[in-house]
Design a protein around this ligand. Structure first.
Ligand SMILES: O=C(O)c1ccccc1NCC(=O)[C@H](O)[C@H](O)COP(=O)(O)O
Length: 260
């Protein structure tokens, strides 16, 4: 079993347990559920922002512990101040050391869109994402059917959430597009074997239909890479480790933004 299959199998167990504790009705009654959301598209196209979706990431399957010392509040406030267009907060515990409370904490101190970075396998998680304070959900084409992507994106839209579809190759892109998606993300990391290659974003840029904004995800550590990605049409850049590996991710991001 590859790592993505393992994560998805574990996620299905977690969702079954969560449903037994909190029903969808409970989630819909929670304080966070009935709030206005921030649209990712508006922030990605705002020229006063950097285009960066900055990630709070303590640990990853490919790198192990990256940074488990800093609070989600201080890191995400630093990212917002450095001009992030959006924040990404991992809520997966077993593989990334994230938690739902990280998202709640980030929501309380930031006024830009927040992506619930997790592995969505059930509609329950989308309703939960809204209740926790997220504005964006991630749908990973490699672990969902086109029918699931359509119904999850439709549900997200009905809740006022933006959907980021993540693809890794042309085949995933071709089978997964639908009009309810807001942004297409190309992941430079192969989630099955962890190899990274910016060429993945460069080569897929021209086949992403122009009605979708495009973001490039993972393994970005050099301002020159952003310049190259902008040239081929990318509007956004999801960056985690490059900032999180420092003792002051907000400052690392501010310094990086000066160079792009
Ligand atoms: O990061 C991993 O090792 C990983 C492994 C398996 C599934 C997903 C994984 N990462 C999720 C991401 O998409 C990244 O956290 C995100 O794009 C930021 O990447 P980076 O800038 O390289 O930290």
């Amino acid at each position: 079993m590859n790592i993505l299959d393992k994560i998805v199998a574990r996620k299905k167990e977690e969702v079954a347990s969560a449903k037994a504790i909190k029903t969808i009705k409970d989630l819909e009654r929670s304080l966070g559920f009935n709030r206005r959301t921030y649209a990712l598209k508006d922030f990605l196209t705002d020229p006063s922002k950097s285009g960066i979706i900055a990630e709070f990431k303590r640990k990853s399957p490919s790198k192990g512990i990256i940074n488990d010392k800093l609070s989600v509040e201080e890191v995400t406030k630093g990212y917002s101040a450095a001009g992030a267009s959006a924040l990404s907060v991992l809520t997966d515990h077993d593989f990334f050391m994230g938690k739902d409370d990280d998202l709640i904490a980030a929501r309380a101190v930031n006024s830009i869109p927040i992506l619930r970075k997790d592995f969505m396998v059930d509609e329950y998680q989308i309703i939960e994402a809204k209740a926790l304070g997220a504005d964006i959900i991630l749908l990973i084409a490699a672990c969902l059917t086109p029918e699931e992507i359509l119904s999850f994106a439709k549900l997200a839209k009905s809740l006022g959430l933006s959907t980021l579809l993540e693809v890794h190759n042309r085949e995933e892109l071709d089978r997964s597009l639908n009009p309810y998606l807001d942004v297409i993300g190309v992941n430079n990391r192969n989630l099955k074997d962890f190899t990274v290659d910016i060429e993945t974003s460069l080569s897929l840029a021209e086949i992403i239909p122009s009605e979708f904004l495009k973001i490039s995800e993972s393994a970005i550590s050099n301002p020159e890479t952003i310049k190259m990605l902008k040239k081929v049409g990318y509007n956004g850049f999801l960056i985690g480790e490059n900032f999180m590996k420092t003792s002051n991710p907000g400052k690392a991001m501010a310094d990086f933004v000066k160079e792009i």
